[in-house]
Design a protein around this ligand. Sequence first.
Ligand SMILES: Cc1cc2nc3c(=O)[nH]c(=O)nc-3n(C[C@H](O)[C@H](O)[C@H](O)COP(=O)(O)O)c2cc1C
Length: 169
Amino acid sequence: MTQNILVAYGTTNGSTRRIAETVAGVLRERGMAARALPAAEVTSLERYDAVVVGGGLYGGRWHRDCRAFVRRHARALAAMPVWFFSSGPLDATASRREIPPVRGVRRAMERLGVTEHVTFGGCLEEGATGFIARRIVSSGKGGDFRDFARIEAWAAGIGTALETGRRAG
Ligand SMILES: Cc1cc2nc3c(=O)[nH]c(=O)nc-3n(C[C@H](O)[C@H](O)[C@H](O)COP(=O)(O)O)c2cc1C
C-alpha cells in the first residue's frame, strides 16, 4: 500500500519550505504520497505513516512552529517513524561536518524516541523579515547555504528506510 508521508516545516523567511518540498519530492519520486505542509497548519497525523519535521534555527532554538508541532502531536509521533531536520548555519559548515541538534531538539528527540536528525545550511537573503535578519544581510553575512544534493541524499535515505521497513526512532 502507498505510504503517506508528511513533511511538516517551520519557517519565518521561507527557505526551510523549499528544503521540505525537496524532501517530499524525493519521496514522491519513489512512489510515496508525500506532502510538505506548514507545521502550524497540521491538526492531525492520523492519515500519515511517517513524519519528517524540519525548522529554521532562531537564537539557538528550533522554529516555534516545530516546537509547538512536536508538543501537540507527541503521542502520535512517539508511535511512528519520525525524522527531524534543522536549517540554520549561514556558512558552509553544515556541508562539511555533522552539526548536532540544538538542546531543545535533542530533548524532543529523547522524549519521542527519535534517533534521526540532520542540520542543513540555511539561507538568508534580501527581503528577509526582522531587524537582525536585515542587519545580517546588509552586512554581507547572508547567502544561500542550502546544499540540495545533500538534502536529496538524506531524503533518499528516508525513502530506503521506509521501503525496507526499517524504523527510525
Ligand atoms: C534573528 C536570527 C537568528 C538566527 N539564529 C540562528 C541560530 O541560532 N543558529 C543557526 O544556525 N542559524 C540561525 N539563523 C539563521 C537561520 O536559521 C537561517 O537563515 C534559516 O535558513 C532560516 O530559515 P527560514 O528561512 O525557513 O526561516 C538566524 C537567523 C536570524 C535572522
